[in-house]
Design a protein around this ligand. Structure first.
Ligand SMILES: [Zn+2]
Length: 247
């Protein structure tokens, strides 16, 4: 059996193909003392700096809260302490907590936009990052802090948000993905060597990355990006802390 790119263990990952999906039907394939495994799940399991989704499973008038996801041999949805567990074979309705997921999609897309702007305008590469809903940090290799850096970054981000650039997701054969100069710049050595296909997230005309996260459909949905703080982390590294606001 070949493993599909959108398959994790026995679970088909629905969110990779449809980032707008919030509710779906599934069947319980396995359980552990604190988790369940579904045949189909749209819970983003975490990765690439984006934390996992929260949500619920519903069946027969009963609800279990999903408070995390573990990536083992299977995708294990962690059930809140004390909540009921659906037995193996149960047909359940899965639902993602929309506020959190949508905020994380805006934030993740905002970080791609930020990294695209800082590379284009200042030539600085990203060295790391992490996010929570509507708050994030991103580290850049930037030995000298240019004059007016914070204001220039905020203004450039605002322009790109206002331009409402499309954010396209596609899946390419590995060789085709690595033919894209931006992919070589951002991710080549982070990708597992056995990966036959690469998922590409493209802020059209600004930033192209190999990425497994969930994103909004266009830059206007990100909202306003505020640079809250710039920290000097030494050895030429600057940490930008950003906050997102509704436009
Ligand atoms: Zn990303």
């Amino acid at each position: 059996m070949t493993t599909r790119r959108d398959q994790h263990g026995r679970t088909q990952r629905l969110e990779l193909a449809d980032q707008t999906l919030r509710e779906w039907d599934a069947v319980v394939l396995a359980t552990t003392y604190d988790s369940v495994v579904l045949d189909r799940s749209a819970f983003y399991p975490g990765g690439g700096g984006q934390p996992p989704d929260y949500g619920v499973l519903l069946w027969g008038g009963v609800q279990a809260r999903v408070v995390g996801v573990r990536k083992g041999d299977d995708l294990e949805l962690v059930i809140a302490d004390g909540d009921p567990h659906p037995p193996v074979g149960t047909a359940v309705r899965g639902a993602i907590e929309d506020d959190r997921r949508t905020a994380l999609m805006r934030t993740h897309s905002g970080l791609h936009l930020l990294s695209g702007v800082v590379f284009r305008d200042f030539g600085a590469l990203v060295t790391g990052g992490n996010m929570e809903p509507l708050e994030a940090r991103m580290d850049f290799n930037l030995p000298e802090l240019p004059e007016g850096f914070r204001e220039r970054v905020e203004a450039a981000c605002a322009l790109e948000v206002g331009a409402d650039r499309s954010i396209d997701v596609s899946v390419l054969p590995r060789a085709d993905a690595f033919a894209i100069p931006d992919i070589i710049r951002t991710a080549t050595n982070l990708l597992p060597p056995d990966l036959a296909e690469v998922r590409i997230v493209d802020i059209v005309g600004l930033d192209t990355q190999a990425d497994g996260g969930t994103h909004v459909a266009s830059t206007r949905a990100i909202g306003t990006i505020e640079v809250v703080k710039i920290e000097n982390k030494g050895k030429g590294f600057r940490r930008l802390r950003v906050r997102l606001h509704d436009a």
